[in-house]
Design a protein around this ligand. Sequence first.
Ligand SMILES: Cc1ncc(C[n+]2csc(CCOP(=O)(O)OP(=O)(O)O)c2C)c(N)n1
Ligand SMILES: O=c1ccn([C@@H]2O[C@H](COP(=O)(O)O)[C@@H](O)[C@H]2O)c(=O)[nH]1
Length: 329
Amino acid sequence: MSPGCGSKVVLNWMRRSGQRALTEGRRLARVGRPTHPAQHRFFCTKTTIGFRQQMDHTIPPKVYKWTPGDLISENFKLGDNGHVCVVLNRQIQVPAHVVTLLWKNAALRCAVDGGSNHWRNFVVDQVLSKHSKDEPASAPLEPLDVITGDFDSITEETVDFFKTTPKIHTPDQDATDFTKAIAVLQPVMAQRKIQDVVVFHDTSGRLDHVMANLNTLYKSQKDNCNVFLLSGDSVTWLLRPGKHTIKVPVDLVTTQRWCSLMPVGATAHNVTTTGLKWNLYHAQMEFGGMVSTSNTYATEFVQVETDANLIWSMGAYEFEDKVRQMPKS
Ligand SMILES: Cc1ncc(C[n+]2csc(CCOP(=O)(O)OP(=O)(O)O)c2C)c(N)n1
Ligand SMILES: O=c1ccn([C@@H]2O[C@H](COP(=O)(O)O)[C@@H](O)[C@H]2O)c(=O)[nH]1
């Protein structure tokens, strides 16, 4: 099985994507917005176990504002240039109507290797479920723009199903297909000024894949690129060093849904939070030491100031119940 691939395909696809950007003017779902305050000089106190020291910051922390409600509720607020949807090789657990809306509003749509098998199932299920309920057929889902990967998981049937979709072969076995997909997408995103990537993934199954997917968040970090992992019941993304404000949907506060801050990979020496039930104050976080799991909210606005990367993950309301009603494919 050898799907069409090669540098010519990449170039043609990128050229077409760029051209479309000039004519389309799609809207951007800007979930995270880094801002750059004027530089000033200030001091902060770092408290770790056993010592306290003064840190002289000549560079102020970067400020980030996140509104995950735009992503996990039905209120998708869209900006100017759209977002990217990426499908990984796991069954899609995000409720169908959320997937459909995110897909419809996307500016670019990509399936990663075996993810294209799951996308094919999703497309077929959508048509069959309308048919079985005698509902009028809705507009077909927008086509995939590209399938990437080493192509060890895409089936012949799926290749055939998506025969007109450009396929970009990324054979390197020193990086995951997901990491390579983001690397393929980033130049096009930069060209079209798209910042947000919404990834349909799942946390069940192989732990190494889950860890590798978190690693991709680290590997793909750029000022102009936010990658959000969306599963059946959670949203996960990377908080870079800086000052973050996360606006939490009120339902999640009232229902006391879970949230967590995880120092994956490196120690964070100075983490201060407000708005959580269990807050941190100039705290050190690391594996083997303190990680903040099973936390929840005290208010609608959570602030996290950190000197190192942290993974933020939060329960997404309504998802779990809807997923239980979905047929497994
Ligand atoms: C030190 C090291 N460990 C492991 C690997 C193997 N490896 C890392 S990423 C990768 C590709 C994984 O492909 P992906 O499609 O993401 O996952 P799959 O389901 O095919 O395993 C491989 C083979 C390596 N190259 N180097
Ligand atoms: O159990 C899994 C398997 C895969 N993934 C993600 O999907 C891509 C593509 O996987 P393939 O097996 O090559 O089709 C992989 O890079 C992982 O990011 C996963 O999350 N869980």
